[in-house]
Design a protein around this ligand. Structure first.
Ligand code: FMN
Length: 203
């Protein structure tokens, strides 16, 4: 085993954690400047934080346009990043100035939201609308953004029996280094009851 100490200046924690905490779903975060410039940028430090109330979170590594917009307008969207949109997702991660809209440089279509004044990506099969719930800033300047989910839209084409189907959604994930992933093999297993779990005999 090799051991890594975060206190060791030779250890690059960013690369190390990205290479072991994976696959990471990608939040394609849509926001709007106070002057009305539409922004969209991928964030793979993304997960569900709470169900009651429904809250999702993404982390801004330092202060970026997305974080500035969300702090000012208190609203954002998350569009699902899928295989078909991989090239545009990557282009939208370029550090362009705040007055340049990633929708314009990628050719993506803005979709108006139902509950918030921030756009989502029309080409994406899922959009989640969020109102800023809170932020948490760490000593190094990284900020976790918590958004309360106020609306969710899913393309009818991606539903089976009224629920989103993973193969139809074809979500992309972020891996370590320059690597990205697909869903891969899907298995089915239901959660055991306590009774069942205690009688499996450690198999
Ligand atoms: C797949 C992918 C995932 C990313 N995840 C994050 C992330 O979780 N946090 C972050 O700060 N930057 C992340 N980035 C980099 C941002 O997208 C990039 O810094 C972008 O320019 C930020 O845009 P903005 O300044 O318009 O907010 C990611 C980039 C890619 C391609």
């Amino acid at each position: 085993m090799r051991n890594y100490d975060p206190a060791d200046p030779e250890v690059h924690m960013h690369s190390l954690l990205n290479a072991v905490v994976l696959p990471r779903p990608i939040a394609w975060v849509g926001s709007r400047t106070v002057d009305g410039v539409d922004n969209v940028a991928p964030h793979s430090y993304f997960t569900i934080s709470s169900l009651n109330p429904p809250i999702v979170q993404f982390t801004s590594i330092g202060t970026k346009d997305t974080l500035r917009n969300v702090r000012q307008t208190r609203e954002f969207t998350v569009s699902l990043a899928n295989r078909e949109l991989m090239a545009q997702i990557n282009i939208s991660s370029a550090p362009v100035p705040p007055q340049v809209s990633e929708f314009d440089i990628t050719g993506l279509t803005r979709r108006s939201s139902v509950k918030v004044d921030a756009p989502s990506v029309a080409e994406s099969p899922v959009s989640i609308e969020c109102q800023l719930f809170d932020t948490m800033e760490f000593a190094g300047g990284d900020v976790v953004v918590f958004g309360e989910v106020v609306w969710v839209r899913v393309d009818e084409d991606c539903l089976i029996d009224g629920y989103p189907d993973v193969e139809l959604l074809a979500p992309l994930s972020r891996l370590g280094g320059p690597f990205w992933g697909d869903v891969g093999t899907i298995s089915t297993m239901t959660r055991p009851t306590a009774e069942e779990a205690m009688h499996t005999g450690g198999t």
